[in-house]
Design a protein around this ligand. Structure first.
Ligand SMILES: Nc1ncnc2c1ncn2[C@@H]1O[C@H](COP(=O)(O)OP(=O)(O)OP(=O)(O)O)[C@@H](O)[C@H]1O
Ligand SMILES: [Mg+2]
Length: 345
């Protein structure tokens, strides 16, 4: 008997209590034939059905094989008992590297950095997915010009991520009827939605999964660190935050929970007047570097406050996807420095 014959015969093995067979339930993990020995691995979550299924399989194949081994692999349960940050689960085994973009504070440019970092990585030829973990203020769909798209499902019941500028995007903003529909969710619901985005989205194989974190140092940051082996993180700050505790909180949180910090990005470092091109260091100078040295973490680069960054971002076109070499340069430099820190370049 051949493997395909075995596979076809398994369509006759009915899952107890359901009128579906184990083939259509996609429970078959592996079929191996070694002479007169047949090995089958199945992934099923309910132990109580193992015996009945094994009996059906024995019955089906005992004329054709001398030895039949059926192995059951427990399906990972979707529970609210999350992993530990020291030894996190991996809900995104399809991603080779996971980068979390965070900061202690809102409005400092996390999403803009996440979007431009993702697109830069795609421009270098990597396969990139961007997960918008900002459930309450999802603005990445607008920044990538896909805010009018509605969520689609494929025939394996997986959500299809939106795509633009060579990256895949999943965001709560794509699931709501209108992009400004407010979500009133408890944080446990928000966390479950994000877990679903990790597990039930057709991401495909990814070189990088970039996570745009919501502001703060709360449940979502913690859960992501428990549920994903985050490769590295990027802390976004603005110069005036130096005098506040916000950046410190973000840095300390990640250090405490054991997430590696790839470096600090100083956003809105200085203002370039669009008419004269004169630089104004409104918020002082060198803050990001100071933070980096204070906490002994790398400095990845600074991005000035410019009109084109704001305008392109609002227009759904990330700066790195424009022809403006100057604006592109800021993000590309940061992307390169991060890849160097990660030991990839
Ligand atoms: N370097 C920059 N120059 C000009 N505008 C910028 C720059 N960085 C970000 N912005 C603008 O500032 C606003 C806030 O940025 P962004 O949404 O990226 O911040 P955030 O940290 O993700 O905010 P939130 O905490 O709300 O998620 C946006 O309108 C964005 O276009
Ligand atoms: Mg944001």
């Amino acid at each position: 008997m051949h493997k395909t014959q075995v596979e076809n015969s398994l369509k006759n093995v009915i899952y107890p209590g359901l009128d579906k067979d184990i083939h259509s339930l996609q429970a078959i993990d592996l079929i191996e034939i070694d002479g007169k020995r047949l090995m089958i691995s199945l992934t099923l979550s309910n132990e109580s059905v193992f015996k009945a299924i094994e009996e059906q399989i024995d019955h089906l194949f005992n004329d054709s094989f001398d030895q039949i081994d059926v192995r059951f692999i427990a399906r990972k349960k979707q529970s609210t008992h999350y992993g530990s940050t020291a030894k996190p689960n991996n809900r995104a085994p399809y991603a080779k590297n996971i980068i979390a973009v965070t900061s202690g504070k809102g409005g400092v440019g996390k999403s803009t950095v996440s979007v431009n970092l993702s697109v830069s990585l795609a421009q270098l030829g990597y396969k990139v997915g961007l997960l918008d973990a900002d459930v309450y203020g999802p603005n990445t769909p607008r920044m990538l010009g896909v805010n009018d798209e509605k969520l689609q499902w494929n025939n394996q019941d997986k959500m299809i991520p939106s795509e633009n500028y060579g990256i895949k995007l999943m965001s709560v903003g794509l699931t709501t009827p209108k992009s400004d529909t407010p979500l009133v969710w408890r944080s446990s619901v928000a966390v479950s939605a994000l877990i679903q985005f990790l597990e039930d989205v057709a991401w495909g194989e990814l070189d990088f999964l970039v996570i745009d974190m919501p502001p703060g140092t709360g449940d979502i940051q913690l859960t992501m660190a428990q549920e994903l082996p985050i490769s590295t993180s990027v802390i976004v700050t603005t110069p005036q935050m130096i005098s506040t505790d916000d950046v410190s909180r973000a840095v300390m949180m990640f250090k405490d929970i054991g997430v590696s910090i790839g470096g600090v990005v100083e956003n809105m470092s200085f203002f370039i007047a669009p008419d004269t091109g004169v630089h104004y260091e409104i918020f002082g100078h060198g803050g990001g570097e100071m933070i980096a040295s204070k906490y002994d973490i790398p400095f990845l680069g600074s991005i000035p406050l410019t009109m084109p960054i704001r305008e392109t971002s609002d227009a759904g076109r990330p700066a790195v996807a424009t022809d403006d070499r100057v604006q592109k340069g800021y993000y590309r430099n940061i992307t390169n420095n991060l890849l160097l820190q990660m030991g990839i370049l």
